[in-house]
Design a protein. Structure first.
Length: 455
């Protein structure tokens, strides 16, 4: 027995010595910088929504979207516009991009112009789930068709369906040089397709690990660029050497048309040879947003570098931070009010996504909920409802928000409009609501939610 044990120990030692060390994760080298986090004194924009956009380009589907309105937006002045595909990923405030924070910081320092940003998810049928940071919708939404197909239908969604709705609410510039669109992976090739199809509407393209591959013929773009007339586009490409490299995991066969890095570099050469306004960055990362998120502020600075500037040394406005129109030049928004306003968007978004974990993180342990048609709910009751999946929301939108902050607490009131399906039956709610917040360990948490029918 002793000899057997010694033999096993010796064998294990040899195997441990022979085993190669685990491969390092190349994405670990990419970290978010200060531009991706809230900064003291920087006014925070508001992310409104989610909203629902019905689609004629893809009948039977709808798109969920959110609108970022910077604190500096003034309806008297036309704003620039930036659209992000896979909106849920770019607005996810624990994710790899955190675009609202970047926009807040860069607009405040006048590094990009004042702009409205729209974060739009791929289309889905009402019975399909909303894309989330853990499920972007490749298998259960219209994402593959919309994003990877080289036709004009997704351009119609953005230009013919989304833009008219936005123009009713916001003063947007009609100059295509003041409109950009971006995305990651399939969302990136979709952004390029919109600009390619409608260069008189969008001329700035931001691409993170773009899927310019043969998912649905996307590797054709490089030759299309070479064969066609040069279009007035400005393009920033990012990819990593450890992106998907076209090797079939089952057969080990290599397909160059499915090699993300090769196809991004090939497109770069085509754009450069044709004289496009082009920038690109190749890193070491995998397929994802790690490097793209880390350099996202620089990508935005480069794309929007042509905003007008004043070189007059006596121009005090140009040399000051870009403050909200109603605030003094050296003022800043109340950070508590800004955070509570942001949490409205987080609350609404979590309901539309059916994200029980995100909702639970917003609630105190002694939460109480009183809403029309239901008995008083405790936190345990509310968690059970959220996790049951019986209730799904197509719309969950708050407006007329008012925030009052007290010592250690706050009251948020407003109007809430919801479209929901429960056990296969649809219903609409129009409520006045009151949320009671408490400040606990540096976080604002909801202790009570009360709603009643709007008058």
């Amino acid at each position: 027995m002793l000899l057997h044990a010694l033999t096993l120990a010796a064998t294990a030692a040899v195997l441990l010595q022979a085993a190669p060390p685990p491969a390092a994760n190349p994405d670990a080298h990419y970290q978010l910088g200060p531009d991706s986090f809230p900064q003291a004194g920087v006014p925070r924009g508001e992310v409104k929504g989610p909203f629902t956009l019905p689609s004629d380009a893809y009948p039977g589907t709808q798109h969920t979207y959110w609108v970022y309105v910077p604190a500096q937006y003034d309806a008297k002045a036309a704003a620039s516009l930036m659209v992000f595909n896979d909106g849920q990923a770019f607005t996810y405030m624990d994710g790899d991009v955190r675009a609202p924070n970047v926009l807040d910081n860069l607009i405040y320092r006048r590094e990009i112009p004042v702009m409205i940003a729209v974060f739009i998810n791929p289309g889905r049928r009402p019975d399909q789930p909303e894309p989330t940071p853990s499920n972007w919708g490749d298998r259960d939404t219209n994402r593959p068709t919309e994003y990877n197909t080289l036709d004009d239908r997704y351009a119609r969604v953005i230009v013919d369906e989304l833009l008219p709705v936005l123009k009713k609410e916001y003063n947007l510039s009609s100059d295509p040089d003041r409109r950009g669109i971006g995305g990651a992976s399939s969302g990136a090739i979709a952004a390029f397709t919109v600009a390619w199809q409608r260069p008189n509407e969008f001329r700035k393209v931001l691409s993170i690990v773009g899927s310019f591959t043969n998912l649905r013929g996307g590797d054709a773009y490089a030759q299309m660029v070479r064969d066609g007339e040069r279009k007035p586009l400005r393009v920033y490409l990012q990819d990593g050497r450890n992106d998907n490299r076209g090797v079939n995991a089952a057969t080990n066969a290599y397909d160059a048309r499915r090699d993300w890095f090769l196809q991004n570099v090939t497109l770069m050469h085509a754009l450069a040879d044709k004289g496009y306004d082009l920038n690109y960055t190749w890193g070491i990362g995998r397929h994802g947003q790690k490097q793209g998120g880390a350099i996202f502020p620089d990508m935005m600075r480069w794309l929007w570098r042509d905003q007008p500037v004043s070189t007059d040394p006596n121009d005090a406005v140009e040399r000051a931070f870009n403050a909200p129109p109603s605030a003094p030049a050296n003022g800043a928004a109340d950070p508590a009010v800004a955070e509570l306003t942001r949490l409205e968007g987080v609350w609404n978004d979590a309901h539309v996504r059916g994200d029980a974990d995100a909702l639970t993180a917003l609630w105190t342990d002694d939460l109480t909920v009183t809403v029309p048609g239901m008995p008083l709910l405790t936190k345990a009751d509310a968690v059970a409802v959220a996790r049951s999946g019986r209730m799904r929301f197509d719309r969950y939108q708050s407006s007329q928000i008012k925030v009052r902050v007290f010592n250690g607490g706050a009251i948020v009131t407003g109007r809430l409009q919801r479209s929901r399906t429960i056990d296969g039956k649809t219903a609409e709610d129009d409520w006045q609501f009151t949320k009671t917040y408490v400040r606990t360990q540096g976080k604002w948490l909801v202790a009570a939610f009360h709603a009643s029918s709007a008058p």
